[in-house]
Structure formats: structure tokens, C-alpha cells
Design a protein around this ligand. Sequence first.
Ligand SMILES: [Zn+2]
Length: 239
Amino acid sequence: METELLYLNDSYLKVFSASAVRSEGRLLILDRTAFFPGGGGQPSDRGTISFNSGKTLSVIEVKKISGEIIHVLDDEPEGSSVNAKIDWERRYRLMKLHTSIHLMDGIIRRDFGQGYITGSQIYEDRARVDLDFPGLTKEVAQKIEDTTNEEISKGREVIVKYISREEALKIPDIARTKPGRELLEKLDKVRVVEIVGLDMQMDGGTHIKDINEIGRISVIKFENKGSHSKRLEIKVPNT
Ligand SMILES: [Zn+2]
């Protein structure tokens, strides 16, 4: 049975109740969950699950395997229904970092005449961004940081919507990676994250509702890995 994915339509859902579908050792499958299983560079959630037996366990990892979300717990589950809680401080930071990467991609494509993000990885406290951007220097990285912070201070709505594959295929760069482009060919309905007027891409992650929630970004590292290949690391406040 496929798990109902509550985080897809409400990325701000921090607590939820659910029923246990089955368990095996320390692995638990629920009928519905707000725990993000990781993907697209965003790590999986952490948190706690309290059972009707009175037992409360920590969620130490979350995975998605053929439509089912597997919660890896720190001990064996005990009970048929649960109240669960996402580690919100961690998840909110991951959301801010994820939306920041989309925002920077949109700004680079709009303002710099060259360069785009080829890959990214979000960590608990920062994010790594890989770019194909021959002209990217430390000075240009500073300009990207300044422009990104200007946009953040003005604010811009972030919306999640579903469009048909036909519609998606008409939008240039809707899928930014090779696996993404391959996946797009197989989907009937495509989940799209749009920073209104700036960036639109196919995405399965959790995002904030307005870029002003980011506060500001800081570029903490610049690496020149080749004529085209550059790497940046960014942080957001409270990380
Ligand atoms: Zn993304």
C-alpha cells in the first residue's frame, strides 16, 4: 500500500496522527506521513513517534521504497496508532536552504547571461551548489549573494502546483538533471515548485511559502574546480 505523503501538499505540517500498517524490526510503515524521505539533494527528516502503547521512539532515518515510506526507529515499534512530530527546527532550515538554491538558480539564469546549477546537496547546516559557470569568480559569487539577498528582502511567493506532462514539456529547463528529465517522460502529473516570476522547476522537496522567510544567505565557500565547473557553499541564519 502506498503511503499518503502529507508533506507534498503541506510542508509546514509538524505533527500528525497515523495508523501503523506494518513493522519489521526497527522499521515502521504508516498509512500517512509528514516525514520527508529525502531526495533531490534534501536529506530525510528526523523526529519522534509516540505509540498508543505509551512508547515514544526517535526517527533516525526515513526512506522511500516503491511508494512506501520507511521510518527507521531507534527501537522496535509497539502499538497500532501513533502521534508523530517532525524535528521542525532542522526541517525548516533544510526548507530554507532548498528554496535558496532554486532562488539562486533563477537569479543566475536571469541576470548573468551564463551559468546554471548542475547539482546540489543540502546538509544540516549548509548547502553545496555545483555550477557550470565559466565566468564565476569570487567577485561574481559576491554579486550573486548580494542580488539573492536583495530579492529575499523584497519577498516573493513560492507556490507548489501540479501540471500535466504535456504542459511541463513546453517549459524550458523544467527538469534540471538527467534523472529528472528521464522521470518527466514517465509522469502523467508533474509537481512543480515556482518562485513566482523567477524560477519554475519540477521538484519533490519541501519549500517555504515566501522567500522572505530565508532572512539572508551567505556564500561561505568558493571553489574553482575547472574552466566550467565551480562550487559554492551557502548558509542561512541559525545554522
Ligand atoms: Zn529542488
